[in-house]
Write a protein that binds this ligand. Structure first.
Ligand code: SF4
Length: 321
C-alpha cells in the first residue's frame, strides 16, 4: 500500500478517513491533529506573552499516551516563551510496574530538558496501592481508590505549581469509552461533570477559580495511532498493564467499540461529537436542578460537595484496618 501524499510505503491505514500514510506523513498528521486541538480549545489564551507565561502541568505516567503528548507539546512549544511545561509523575506504590514507567518518564524529561516532579501516595497519604488492594476496606475495585487519590494529587500539585492548565494524555478511545459508559449507565450528572471538567469551553472553565482547568489535546487521536507514533519515534514508552487493573466494565466497552469501529469506521468520532452536545445539555439541566454547593473538606480543605471529601473518607477506612 502506498502513501496517498507521496507514494512511499504506507505504515498505516485509517479506515475512518480512508487515508494511507507513510511514516513521515503519519507523524505530521498526528502532530497536526494535536496542534489543531490546542488551537480549537483555545489552550493558549490571547493574553499569554513572554511577560505573562502560562504554566502547563502534564500528568506524565510513562505510558504511551502521556509520553507522546509530552513529546509533541515539547516540540510544539520548544521555542515559545509563552508556555512552560512541567511534568508530574505519580508513584502509586505498585511494586515493579510504576518503577519501570518512572524510568521512561525520567528518560524522556531528561532528553527534552523538561522540569519533572515525582510524588507518591506513600509520601502524600501514607498508603501504597499494593497494601490498599490487599486490605480493600471498602470492598471495591483498586482503580476506584487509585482514581480518587490520583485526582487529588494532580489537582493539588497543579495548584501548587500555579498551573494555568492540567493536561492529560486521554486519547480518542479513552474518551469514546467514557462517553459510552456514562450514557449506558444513564449517569446524567457524570456527563455534566465530564463536560465541566474537560470538554466545555475553556473560557468558562478558566472563570471557575476552584479548579485548575483540564485539557486533553490527544482526544482526536485513536489509541493505536498513539502507539504507532511512539513506536516509530522510538519514544521510551512503558507498555505493560498495571497488575491491579480492575476496570472490567471499561474492558467490555473497549471490545464493543473495537467491533463497532471495525464494521462502521468513524463510530468513535461520532460518539464523541454527539456526546459533547448531550453533555452540554446535561450540564444545563444539572445546574438548573440539583447542582450541589461546593465547599471545603473539613479534613484537608480541598473543594468538595460533601462535609468530608471522598479521598479523606477513603483514607479513614484504610487507616482503620
Ligand atoms: Fe491505579 Fe487502576 Fe491505573 Fe493501576 S490501573 S494505576 S490501580 S488506576
Amino acid at each position: 500500500m502506498e502513501c496517498d501524499r507521496c507514494g512511499a510505503d504506507a505504515v498505516m491505514h485509517a479506515a475512518y478517513s480512508g487515508a494511507h500514510l507513510c511514516e513521515e506523513h503519519f507523524r505530521e498528521s498526528l502532530e497536526r491533529r494535536v496542534r489543531r486541538r490546542v488551537r480549537r480549545d483555545d489552550l493558549v489564551p490571547k493574553d499569554a506573552s513572554p511577560a505573562n507565561p502560562q504554566t502547563w502541568v502534564i500528568g506524565l505516567s510513562g505510558g504511551k499516551d502521556s509520553i507522546v503528548l509530552t513529546q509533541v507539546l515539547s516540540e510544539t512549544f520548544a521555542e515559545d516563551p509563552r508556555i512552560e511545561l512541567v511534568c508530574l509523575t505519580i508513584h502509586e506504590g505498585i511494586e515493579g510496574y510504576r518503577d519501570r514507567s518512572l524510568e521512561a518518564c525520567l528518560d524522556l524529561t531528561e532528553t527534552l530538558d523538561l522540569r519533572h516532579e515525582v510524588v507518591s501516595y506513600e509520601d502524600e497519604f501514607g498508603v501504597r496501592m499494593d497494601d490498599v488492594v490487599e486490605d480493600d476496606p471498602e470492598n471495591m475495585a483498586a482503580c476506584a481508590y487509585c482514581g480518587v487519590f490520583r485526582r487529588d494529587v494532580l489537582s493539588r500539585y497543579a495548584e501548587a505549581f500555579d498551573a494555568d492548565l492540567l493536561l492529560t494524555g486521554h486519547n480518542l478511545d479513552d474518551e469514546a469509552q467514557s462517553a459510552l459508559m456514562n450514557f449506558l449507565e444513564g449517569d446524567v450528572s457524570q456527563m455534566a461533570k465530564h463536560f465541566e471538567a474537560s470538554l466545555g469551553p475553556l473560557s468558562e472553565r478558566r472563570a471557575q477559580e476552584e479548579f485548575v482547568p483540564r485539557a486533553k489535546p490527544l482526544r482526536d487521536v485513536p489509541e493505536k495511532e498513539v502507539a504507532l507514533y511512539a513506536h516509530l519515534r522510538d519514544l521510551p514508552a512503558h507498555i505493560s498493564e498495571c497488575p491491579h487493573s480492575s476496570e472490567a466494565y471499561r474492558g467490555e466497552i473497549q471490545r464493543l467499540l473495537y467491533g463497532l469501529e471495525e464494521n462502521h469506521p468513524g463510530t468513535r468520532h461520532s460518539i464523541l461529537s454527539g456526546y459533547e452536545e448531550l453533555a452540554r445539555l446535561a450540564t444545563d439541566r444539572y445546574h438548573g436542578d440539583d447542582h450541589a454547593e461546593l465547599r471545603e473538606c473539613v479534613e484537608c480543605g480541598s473543594t468538595t460537595t460533601q462535609e468530608r471529601c471522598r479521598k479523606c473518607s477513603l483514607l479513614e477506612s484504610i487507616r482503620a484496618v
